[in-house]
Design a protein around this ligand. Sequence first.
Ligand SMILES: C[S@@+](CC[C@H](N)C(=O)[O-])C[C@H]1O[C@@H](n2cnc3c(N)ncnc32)[C@H](O)[C@@H]1O
Length: 270
Amino acid sequence: MTSKIVAGPKRGHFSRSRSLVDFNKKFGKYIVQKTIQKALSQQKNVRVLEIGCGEGRVLMELRKLFPDIELHGINRKPWAAMQGQRSLPKTARHYGIFTPSELKKISLPQIHFYDAQELKFPKNYFDLVISQVSIQYVARKDLLLQEVWRTLKLGGKALLNIDARAGEIPDFLDFATPRFIIYKKSKIYPVKKLIQKLRKDGFDLRYASSTEKEEEKVKQRVHVLITKNSAKPLKLGLHFDDLSSFNLNVLNEEKNNWSVFWGYRSVYRC
Ligand SMILES: C[S@@+](CC[C@H](N)C(=O)[O-])C[C@H]1O[C@@H](n2cnc3c(N)ncnc32)[C@H](O)[C@@H]1O
């Protein structure tokens, strides 16, 4: 690992330590376990990727449930509580997932540090790709979705939480997906419509939403569900508007409202 350790929240901070239960609340009870079990019933080598794996809590919970599957996690950069594979045993101990003696016998998930707009894996590699509260931070959400499609095996699935909104919201973020905004001929073209169009074009993508209470706030979450049903490459056909897109954190210098100004505002034209 060559990346520099940067400052970040302590182990256990809610924003980087969501659990498998938290994940399944967004998509359906036991959905991750059921999807992996189904894949295991059809083949021996099952591979799972978590985009934005935080401290690696979900990956370690999956390791406990499925000792032999191949597990990968991606984060953009390391921080004190996530320094790659070597910090995973501490994560597992912190959340009571494994005892020290159990930890000696398991193979640790692999952790990669880079921007998930490119997934450095071969095509047709994963049975399942999951992500919660992370794609919001990626600038090129279009490239990420295309990459998820490319790296999924035929029949493979992705459960991707892509955005959220809660409470008061400023005008320029007042959309169903505040961090994924598309304009068609100067008018808003909702992500939901894009997903529906791709579905009509033969790609098995679905748009879904859920409501969750977190930190005393009711959050409306938006998800994209994928089943790779064709070997054809997925192309979203979006043009990234660099001028209108930016990291929302910069606004906290003036506004200091982290519950609103987080993630990356990605704007596209089509
Ligand atoms: C708010 S945390 C969520 C972590 C975990 N999924 C959870 O819910 O507890 C966002 C995560 O996304 C990762 N992340 C942010 N930007 C990213 C990028 N461009 N590429 C890959 N990972 C990114 C961060 O490293 C961090 O782990």
